[in-house]
Design a protein around this ligand. Structure first.
Ligand code: HAM
Length: 431
């Protein structure tokens, strides 16, 4: 590998194409979203899993050799030890690999909030690094687990205030059902090759199911009478799917059956689902998706073990929140701002003492003027400003100014100021 060149740049660096920085105050919204998700899935018994951001490439190949994610979009590379690795394009394969490696007790229920990398054509809501909130539940074939997982995501969106989200549901049946259907659909499409859009025609051999959810009008017209997977499910496939639908109905979760819902990854069996936002442009309107993957763990070298989960893109969820005008960024405010015009020692010490007492405290730097420091105090949203000028310093006091209400000011002994502020703040929260 050649050494990086050190030619001076005329242009400043920017984040790579398809990636973005998330800065305050927007990042506070991310934090709040993740905390909400963690709380909700935590109450359902899901624990946080942290897996590496890269894996041996073979882990991801199990998502389907014919899929775009594997064929075209993988960020893969050889490391300095000549290992062929890839950045994680999604969370499920890594979690399944971790299950195989550690073999925890089942059902193993975990959640993650993690970056994923796909070399896609960037556009609004489609990035090369995106972030997924997800859960995976490994070790049970019970269709009520499918219901639990879907209900978690439905309730998460509802809790954010989203109202224009639709749940779209399908079933791939058992692994055998799926295999048989792929053969049927390949035969059906092969007879229509000339009628399909050329881009879709190319997929018939390797990934025929993907043709079913083509958005190209020529293809849509040509395959109007394509066989539906849900008409061809085995008794086991039908029974599983009916129990899932009954569960969703019992919980008051509306859904639309869509036999052409084909997810972009190959590991799905039985239940598959997507959540579509009608407040977003059609191209990026899927805000979450998932399903069962009863063969994935085995394909990664583990024992035959079922699993189900979902992933939901943080960026797309927040775009949907914007479009629906819900879940605004929480206000970032501190409790106290320390203004020091007497040399800076008080600001230095008091801000740390306050924080040690659990009080959110800010201060200014660089020996700014009283006016400038008061402006920063205003902007910080602090309920109280502690002022130390030369008078206060001389008599060992601090002026406490109330920023809400009547802007009352009192002088307090320096030694008592932290306790005084703590009491004032607890009065505020009580009123
Ligand atoms: P996926 O449908 O490929 O499924 O991705 C899940 C979600 O991630 C999408 O619905 C979307 O919100 C978001 N997403 C995907 N790609 C991008 C992108 N390039 N830019 C922004 N957001 C994106 C999976 O990844 C499966 N692992 C889900 C799953 C979990 N299935 C079972 N368990």
């Amino acid at each position: 590998m050649s050494e990086p060149t050190q030619t001076p740049r005329t242009e400043p660096f920017k984040a790579p194409v398809g990636t973005r920085d998330v800065l305050p105050p927007e990042s506070a919204r991310w934090q709040a979203l993740i905390a909400r998700f963690a709380g909700q899935v935590g109450r359902a018994g899901y624990g946080l899993v942290q897996s590496p951001m890269f894996e041996e490439i073979g882990v991801f190949a199990r998502m389907g050799e014919g899929t775009d994610v594997v064929r075209k979009e993988m960020y893969d590379f050889l490391d300095k030890g000549e290992r062929h690795l890839a950045l994680r394009p999604e969370g499920t394969a890594s979690v399944a690999r971790a299950y195989v490696q550690h073999r925890p007790a089942t059902p193993w229920k975990v959640w993650y909030a993690a970056p994923s990398f796909r070399y896609e054509r960037p556009q609004a809501g489609r990035y090369r690094q995106h972030h997924q909130l997800g859960v995976e539940a490994i070790g049970s074939t019970d269709p009520d687990l499918d219901v639990e997982v879907i209900a978690l995501l439905w309730d998460f969106y509802a809790g954010l205030g989203l109202r224009q989200v639709e749940l779209v549901l399908n079933s791939m049946g058992t692994a055998d059902d799926r295999r048989r259907y792929i053969d049927d659909i390949r035969t059906y499409l092969a007879a229509k090759l000339g009628e399909l859009d050329p881009t879709d025609a190319e997929k018939v051999e390797g990934h025929p199911m993907r043709v079913l959810d083509s958005k190209r009008p020529v293809t849509i017209a040509a395959i109007a009478d394509a066989p539906r997977i849900t008409d061809r499910l085995s008794d086991e496939g039908v029974a599983h799917f009916e129990r899932v639908q009954a569960g969703l109905r019992a919980l008051g979760i509306p859904f639309r059956l869509e036999p052409r819902l084909v997810r972009g990854l190959d590991y799905y069996t039985h239940t598959t689902f997507e959540f579509v936002s009608h407040a977003l442009d059609a191209a990026q309107s899927t805000i979450g998706g998932g399903g069962r993957y009863d063969g994935l763990v085995e394909s990664l070298g583990g024992p035959s073990t079922p699993g189900i989960g979902f992933g939901s893109g943080i960026e797309r969820v927040l775009l949907t929140c914007d479009a629906e005008g819900v879940f605004e960024a929480p206000e970032q405010r501190v409790d106290v701002f320390v203004v020091d015009t007497a040399g800076g020692d008080s600001a230095r010490d008091l801000s740390v003492e306050l924080r040690r007492a659990g009080i959110a405290a800010e201060r200014a730097f660089d020996g700014r003027s009283m006016k400038s420091q008061m402006k920063s105090a205003d902007r910080s949203g602090a309920a109280f400003v502690l002022i130390v000028g030369t008078d206060e310093l001389a008599d060992g006091t601090v002026t406490v100014r109330h920023m809400v209400g009547d802007h009352e000011q009192t002088r307090v002994e320096r030694a008592a100021v932290v306790a005084t502020v703590a009491a004032l703040l607890s009065d505020l929260t009580l009123t």
